[in-house]
Design a protein around this ligand. Structure first.
Ligand code: FES
Length: 177
């Protein structure tokens, strides 16, 4: 016995069978799911830019508040300010090996001559960096990336939207007061 189809009237006067209705419903549902997935994917790829946070120009404080040898973490801006002899470096906290967040270990023996203690130890594969962001041990292929710094009115401004990739440390990278 052939399946009976029910006719559902459309407002315009056209007829729609139950099969048509189910097909349209299925396609409609698929379109909604696809659109939502697409929107979620685009949102996750879009840079998380917010005023004063990572991706924008961030004011991290007064230059005079960072003594030589200090390394200060700014988690919101995803960087460290390292005060070396010739000025300031804004170091990315992302390891140049596989991208793990590299913590500053203030009590570990230093790997540079600026101070006796403090270094960056990557927890993932043993990469180690000094205050300049230079690789001292492990698999990272290059120093920690840096961000451009400007000092205006005694305040340090870091542009976290522009990453500078280095092959080595050079004193000219440190911005003086
Ligand atoms: S991700 Fe840092 S050493 Fe591998």
């Amino acid at each position: 016995m052939a399946a009976q189809s029910t006719t559902i009237p459309l407002p315009q006067g056209a007829d729609l069978t139950r099969r048509d209705y189910l097909r349209l419903s299925l396609w409609g549902g698929l379109c909604i799911v696809t659109a939502e997935s697409l929107a979620a994917t685009v949102a996750s790829l879009w840079p998380q830019v917010k005023a004063g946070g990572f991706g924008s120009v961030v004011t991290v404080g007064k230059a005079e508040d960072f003594p030589v040898g200090s390394v200060t973490s700014f988690p919101e801006a995803r960087l460290y300010i390292s005060r070396v002899e010739s000025g300031f470096l804004a170091l990315s906290r992302k390891c140049t090996h596989l991208g793990c967040v590299v913590p500053w270990q203030k009590d570990e023996p230093s790997l540079d001559k600026i101070a006796s203690q403090g270094r960056f130890n990557c927890p993932c594969h043993g990469g180690m960096f000094d205050r300049y962001g230079q690789v001292v041990a492990g698999p990272p292929p290059r120093p920690l990336d840096i961000y451009p710094i400007k000092i205006e009115g005694g305040k340090i401004l870091v542009d976290t939207g522009k990453t500078i990739v280095r092959v080595a440390y050079n004193p000219s990278q440190a911005v003086g007061v």
